[in-house]
Ligand binder design. Structure first.
Ligand SMILES: Nc1ncnc2c1ncn2[C@@H]1O[C@H](COP(=O)(O)OP(=O)(O)OP(=O)(O)O)[C@@H](O)[C@H]1O
Ligand SMILES: [Mg+2]
Length: 353
């Protein structure tokens, strides 16, 4: 049970000022190892602006920047913030109707389609797409690449596009880039974030994404794998690359990684699908359900609307607000149409929320 509330006299969350805010505390102040300051872990599940996360670490200069407070103070702070948030939003956003917001979000995603298409036709060599989970990044890119692959499929040619998902070692990366080094090929690394945290892999990616006329990739160490597979120690990369990630480049904390990511960003097109606010995510759901995402369930428009409303009503309890969550709940509906909400409460919501 949460029974402690803390006021941040001075502190930040991912470079956003948190001074004066009150949170339920989950874990006491901890000092940073080897440097000044520390952090507290707080419960932010009831608050907007934390990318749908349950808990967050608030950085504070010292333990003296925290004061213990009451639940009542927390509630007042939370409600006031809701009020001021809606009052201090920029005018255009404040007056933005749902329809306008849907249009704005749809426009962002149509840029994703357009860019993916441009990579697949070699007009653009590389792009990085980032955004929160389950909103349709992979779907958009895959659809664009699929469309292009149709011609190869019809002609019975080998596909020029490949989507690689998950774990990827540096040598695996080198190999994939080699396989797709010819002009017109595109390799899409989807959720391969490990690449960003490995120096060797990161440097390979940097070289592949570079804007110079010639992009030569080297493998500097002797490698049995290379030799065994008949791959050269270096080659010229003329293909296209799409890199999809949940990592929001502007938000990473490590200075070293920041520098690397900046280098990547400067080399290619970077599309941040910023739909971070709860409202935007809900609207994205409404938009895509509106375009027929749930048609295959044949539940009828009314049930579709009821399902979306259920998500809306429980947006603070659900573990995630995403298209993926919509599909999960639709699956539960298929399983047990009259009990799906109950099942969703058990499987998709934070217990005790
Ligand atoms: N426009 C759409 N129409 C129908 N279904 C969609 C659409 N966009 C996404 N989906 C479905 O929503 C689910 C989540 O989408 P997707 O996998 O593309 O998310 P993502 O942003 O790549 O998430 P992650 O970052 O977790 O990989 C998928 O099952 C996908 O098929
Ligand atoms: Mg994905």
């Amino acid at each position: 049970m949460i029974n402690k509330y803390i006021k941040i006299e001075q502190g930040t969350y991912r470079n956003q000022d948190m001074s004066g805010r009150i949170f339920p505390i989950l874990k006491d102040y901890q000092r940073f190892a080897g440097k000044e300051g520390g952090f507290v872990t707080v419960d932010c599940s009831e608050l907007d602006g934390f990318e749908g996360l349950d808990k967050a670490r608030i950085n504070v200069p010292a333990i003296t920047d925290l004061t213990i407070t009451t639940e009542g103070a927390f509630q007042i702070n939370r409600d006031e913030l809701k009020k001021t948030e809606s009052a201090t939003q920029p005018k255009t956003e404040n007056n933005e109707t749902d329809e306008e917001a849907i249009e704005r979000i749809a426009a962002r995603f149509s840029i994703l389609d357009e860019m993916a298409e441009a990579v697949s036709t070699s007009k653009v060599r590389a792009m990085i797409v980032s955004g929160p989970p389950g909103i349709g990044k992979s779907y958009g890119v895959e659809r664009a690449l699929e469309k292009r692959s149709m011609f190869d499929d019809i002609a019975n040619n080998a596909r020029k596009f490949e989507v690689v998902k998950g774990a990827m070692s540096p040598i695996g990366l080198y190999k994939k880039l080699y396989e797709h080094s010819a002009k017109g090929h595109v390799v899409c690394f989807d959720d391969c974030d490990a690449i960003l945290y490995d120096d060797l892999a990161l440097n390979l990616l940097k070289a592949a994404l570079d804007t110079g006329a010639k992009r030569t990739l080297h493998w500097n160490t002797e490698s049995r794998t290379l030799m065994a597979e008949g791959m050269p120690n270096s080659f010229e990369f003329n293909g296209g690359v799409v890199f999809i990630t949940n990592v929001k480049f502007d938000n990473v904390k490590s200075k070293k990684l920041q520098d690397h990511l900046q280098a990547l960003q400067s080399r290619c097109h970077y599309l941040d699908l910023t739909i971070d606010s709860m409202r935007d995510r809900m609207l994205r759901i409404r938009q895509i359900v509106g375009t027929g995402m749930l048609e295959k369930y044949a539940m009828g428009r009314e049930t579709e609307a009821e399902l979306v409303q259920f998500i809306f009503d429980n947006k603070h309890k659900l573990r995630e607000i995403s298209l993926r969550m919509v599909l999960k709940i639709a699956d539960l509906w298929k399983m047990a149409p009259d009990r799906y909400q109950h099942l969703a409460e058990q499987t998709c919501m934070r217990q005790g929320a």
